[in-house]
Design a protein around this ligand. Structure first.
Ligand SMILES: [Zn+2]
Length: 508
């Protein structure tokens, strides 16, 4: 009887690893059935499973003798082993898991970047900076010229952290090299520019978007890191309360309608949408057709038909959506509704037997309806097509290593009581080397879900005030964003000052 070592059931390509006494047997499940392959135990040096999902590590001796270490960011090795095993093993960098602490990186970066010799190779420095940013799971790299020296900062868990300073001459050489790599003319310094390049080094496989903006002391550069091997999350891992999660899962299981997500840029909407699409895909065992039109494509999944918006060639959201419909999709993701034309097509499509996911800029769940109505849409059409509106934000989680039990603030106890909650144990942020003194590590979502019932639809259609609709929703037990954030405090996930920063009172 083989021993089960690892199993991921839910993912698109569910994988099972068993030890049959002689070999490690890898079984990959997908829509076309199961494929098996194996590695002799004598070749395996180590196998370990970290947390859930796809982050296990394997060390397998290659035939030539040198070991391949799998896991973390060593994606090159992953590709290699994937080839050897018939693309059976999928190991991706685990989101949120830091491979270094900001302090470690800062020390190393200061030693290297602040004492560069005059003839340094800027290409090596670009590689170094990007690799360090990835080690810290950063989303962006900012290079900002200042009067004295340029500042290199990484955006980690949504906040900018200083990593090193560069003297002005080295800054000029570095930015020229980055712009060159992003195919931007280096002589143009007084207009904002956008470019991108592919980074395939140090075992990483990334798309880097590069934006420049002129400032008082020179050009500022922002590099956005888009991993081509990003691991999508599961709905259950995003931080939903059980009640909201079950109502949301029900809404996305309907065969038609429009699911609108709202929240500022960087609030995790795309992650939630992809977790939703994977959830549906798995529920239907891959027998449905999912098509997307996005800008940019952030998660790449072979199982979906994904299209990138290209306004230069006329491929806008509206044009892309029209052509997607010819592919006979069951579910469509329209990355964002920005204009009346896209809104019109999306809403009509939702009423004709398709399930549409999209995002929209609005202040909260209820704000989605007037935003759509402002885009020349009939209130009746909007209220009948939007089947769920989800508003989300990301809050920083307290660092597990240093969070400290404390007396809950009186306002919190009062607020929690109105939401029917009670903080059992209250924790606050302290700060330790692990979290670079911030007291927080990683982020999680807080949510507000509105599933309009007939009364809400009527109220939207007849233009009833938002306050009245809010009151009605609350009377029906709907939880607002702030309530959900209070729940996370009561669970000891975050503290009162963090939710004050992300969702202050009076925000809804
Ligand atoms: Zn800490």
């Amino acid at each position: 009887m083989p021993t089960l070592i690892y199993e991921s059931k839910n993912f698109l390509n569910g994988i099972r690893i068993e030890n049959d006494g002689d070999s490690l047997v890898f079984t990959r499940k997908n829509i076309s059935g199961e494929t098996k392959s194996s590695v002799k135990l004598s070749q395996v040096r180590k196998i370990s499973v970290e947390k859930s999902m796809l982050s296990y590590s394997l060390i397998i001796d290659r035939e030539e003798g040198s070991p391949i270490s799998l896991g973390g960011f060593e994606c090159k090795a992953v590709e290699e082993i994937s080839r050897n095993l018939g693309s059976l093993v999928e190991i991706k960098a685990e989101g949120g898991k830091k491979r270094g602490t900001p302090d470690e990186v800062r020390k190393g970066a200061a030693a290297i970047l602040e004492s560069l010799s005059g003839d340094f190779d800027p290409r090596h420095i670009i590689t170094y900076i990007i690799t360090q940013a990835v080690r810290l799971d950063s989303s962006d790299i900012h290079i900002t010229p200042k009067k004295e020296a340029a500042l290199i900062q990484f955006r980690i868990d949504g906040l900018l952290q200083e990593i090193a300073r560069l003297d002005n001459e080295n800054y000029s050489r570095l930015t020229a090299a980055v712009k060159n790599r992003a195919k931007l003319p280096s002589y143009k310094k007084s207009v904002p520019q956008d470019g991108s390049f592919h980074f395939d080094d140090e075992g990483l496989n990334l798309d880097i978007r590069c934006a420049t903006i002129p400032t008082l002391h020179g050009e500022k550069l922002v590099l956005r890191i888009l991993s081509t091997a990003k691991t999508p999350l599961f709905l259950d891992d995003l931080g939903f309360s059980p009640e909201i999660l079950s109502a949301y899962k029900k809404a996305i299981s309907e065969p038609q309608g429009c699911i609108v997500l709202t929240g500022p840029a960087g609030s995790g909407k795309t992650t939630t949408i992809f977790a939703s699409l994977i959830h549906i895909y798995n529920n239907f065992s891959g027998t449905i057709n999912i098509a997307t039109i996005e800008d940019p494509v952030e998660y790449i999944l072979d199982e979906f038909q994904q299209t990138q918006v290209q306004p230069v060639t006329g491929l806008t959201f509206a044009a892309g959506l029209k052509s997607l419909l010819r592919l006979d999709p069951d579910i469509i993701l329209v990355g964002e509704i920005r204009d009346p034309e896209t809104a019109q097509i999306a809403v009509r499509t939702a009423l004709t037997g398709h399930l549409i996911f999209t995002t929209l800029h609005a202040r909260d769940t209820l704000g989605v309806f007037p935003r759509l109505i402002e885009m020349d849409m009939k209130p009746g059409l909007v209220s009948s097509s939007v089947t769920a509106s989800l508003y989300q934000r990301l809050i920083r989680k307290l660092c597990e290593k240093c969070k400290k039990e404390a007396e809950p603030p009186a306002e919190l106890i009062r607020e929690a009581a109105t939401a029917g909650l009670k903080p059992e144990t209250y924790y606050t942020a302290v700060g330790c080397p692990e979290c670079s003194g911030s007291g927080y590590s990683g982020r999680t979502g807080v949510f507000e879900l509105l599933i309009p019932d007939d009364t809400v639809r009527d109220m939207i259609m007849t233009g009833v005030s938002r306050q009245k609709i809010n009151e009605y929703c609350r009377s029906k037990g709907m939880k607002f964003l702030r309530d959900d954030a209070i729940r996370r405090i009561c669970e000891g996930v975050t503290d009162y000052s963090e939710i004050g920063r992300v969702c202050p009172t009076g925000n809804f």
